[in-house]
Design a binder for this molecule. Structure first.
Ligand SMILES: Nc1ncnc2c1[nH]c(=O)n2[C@H]1C[C@H](O)[C@@H](COP(=O)(O)OP(=O)(O)OP(=O)(O)O)O1
Length: 199
């Protein structure tokens, strides 16, 4: 399926999913962030964010790209700082993330690795925890499972659209615009695509 790309996205992209309504939010600059995920077999390491932006959500490990760093270097640094581990991260996708009223966009480069060294540790910012992305043998997860399924209901609203692609090793690009509802960020509009050579 093809459609006009949202402002800020470019490339040879094939639409994967889109939704929501209203105009795309305007922005005049991008700020650069990273987000990193480690996969082991059918499990993925997420962190419970203990403070700051996105507090009380599960997410990958990441933050701002500092001056003089590449996104890959920043992703390695943040993974070590926030989870205490080192991994051979590879670029997995790119996300443009807007919040109403900010005027600037988060450009988030997303990385993944299928091995790591070290032992994940809780830090001031994140509490690491493994989750399963494989369906349970019985077809239904019960609360006695030792590893629970990915807790999308406790993550950013957009993650459910692209995390399955990351797990499958398919490169993705997308945009998600958020508005505040009370003290919660709610996704108002989204578009995700895969890169054409990926098909
Ligand atoms: N919508 C969405 N989905 C998935 N991930 C994210 C979003 N929005 C986001 O901001 N993020 C990610 C991108 C980053 O990994 C973090 C936000 O970074 P944060 O920890 O706030 O960055 P800093 O304040 O710079 O923190 P440090 O650099 O000090 O770690 O969430």
């Amino acid at each position: 399926m093809t459609s006009a790309l949202p402002p800020g996205l470019e490339g040879n992209l094939v639409e994967y999913v889109r939704g929501g309504e209203g105009d795309w939010l305007p922005f005049d600059q991008k700020r650069f962030y990273t987000n990193a995920f480690v996969i082991q077999g059918d499990k993925i390491l997420l962190g419970w964010k203990k403070r700051g932006f996105g507090v009380n959500k599960y997410n990958g490990f990441g933050g701002k790209v500092e001056l003089g760093e590449t996104p890959a270097e920043a992703a390695m640094r943040e993974l070590k700082e926030e989870a205490g581990i080192v991994a051979p991260l590879e670029h997995a996708g790119s996300l443009l993330f807007m919040t109403k009223g900010a005027g600037w966009a988060f450009q988030i480069e997303i990385f993944s690795a299928r091995s790591y060294s070290g032992i994940p540790i809780e830090t001031d910012e994140m509490r690491p925890e493994w989750f399963s992305f494989a369906p349970p043998a019985s077809g239904v997860f019960d609360t006695n499972e030792s590893v629970m399924p990915i807790p999308y209901e406790k993550m950013w609203d957009d993650d459910v659209y692209w995390l399955p692609l990351l797990v499958q090793g398919r490169k993705f690009v997308g945009r998600a615009d958020f508005v505040m509802e009370g003290d919660e960020f709610k996704m108002a509009r989204h578009w995700f695509g895969t890169i054409k050579s990926d098909h």
